[in-house]
Design a protein around this ligand. Structure first.
Ligand code: SF4
Length: 271
């Protein structure tokens, strides 16, 4: 999988080992090397060094800032969108507009079942009864499929978003399954929300229309509410103790005792 970098944009080209062979010492070294670096430099190293690196986004401000920077590095930015089947229409319209206006290469996942079949096979309104399982089926499993042939992905995760994200490193090794390990780059890890907003305003990065309606973080429609809060993750999975969907290695099903259900779902999926 080759990417075309803009001329003069490969000065940081270096070799990155496949993620499964990366040791903690390698991560410590590269995180120390890029300590305080501009996110653009992190992305530039990533695109030059990691085969098939893709920018993950739900078209919120952090992801768009990553994409805007990636546009300065690549002629055409590969963008990964987890299509759960439960997104707001506003998100889908905004996605289409950006793909068109920024000429993005959109890589869109397919949910394990889709809303109707999920309701029939697993249960209606699964997001109300078992959001961990719903996220696993519609986000985590499709992410694993999407990254199977790719060396890694870049996210908009930042340390200041929540205590759970407080130890996020710019360069991480993510074990999606025992057989699938990828690089996970978080170029904005050390930036604050104010820095992200400042970059977006300075560069006229379009804003998801639901921010103007009081949403602080925008995910699937059934699990996202508008809030009056400084807490960016507020308004997600209201009424549950859940703040993460599992794609960032926390808040998922692992160790939750759902192994039998996942196995059963995998069996049903082939029918
Ligand atoms: S955010 Fe809600 S609707 Fe979307 S996958 Fe997770 S539980 Fe399901």
């Amino acid at each position: 999988m080759t990417v075309v970098m803009k001329s003069g944009r490969n000065s940081l080209r270096s070799w990155a080992p496949a993620a499964e062979s990366v040791r903690q010492a390698d991560l410590d070294e590269i995180n120390a090397r890029f300590e305080g670096a501009h996110p653009l430099d992190v992305l530039e190293w990533g695109f030059a060094s990691i085969d098939g690196l893709v920018v993950g986004t739900g078209f919120q401000v952090g992801g768009l800032v990553n994409i805007h920077m990636a546009k300065q590095i690549l002629d055409r930015v590969p963008v990964l969108f987890l299509q759960t089947g439960f997104h707001f229409q506003e998100t889908l319209d905004f996605r289409d507009q950006l793909v068109r206006d920024w000429d993005l290469e959109l890589i869109e996942t397919t949910p394990t079942f889709g809303p109707e079949k999920q309701a029939e096979v697993v249960g209606p309104e699964l997001y109300r009864t078992d959001p961990d399982l719903c996220c696993h089926l519609n986000k985590v499993m499709p992410l694993e499929v999407a990254l199977t042939d790719r060396g890694g992905w870049a996210t908009g995760v930042r340390r200041d978003q929540s205590p759970v994200r407080g130890k996020t490193e710019m360069f991480e090794r993510q074990e999606l399954t025992p057989d699938l390990v990828v690089w996970k780059l978080n170029p904005l890890a050390h930036w604050t929300r104010a820095q992200v907003d400042e970059y977006a305003a300075e560069h006229d990065v379009p804003r998801h229309p639901l921010y103007a309606k009081g949403y602080a973080s925008i995910g699937c429609a059934p699990c996202t509410k508008p809030v009056n809060s400084e807490d960016e993750r507020a308004g997600r999975w209201e009424g549950f103790g859940k703040t993460e969907c599992g794609i960032h290695g926390v808040g998922g099903l692992e160790g939750s005792g759902h192994d039998e259900e996942i196995h059963a779902v995998g069996h049903n999926r082939t029918r």
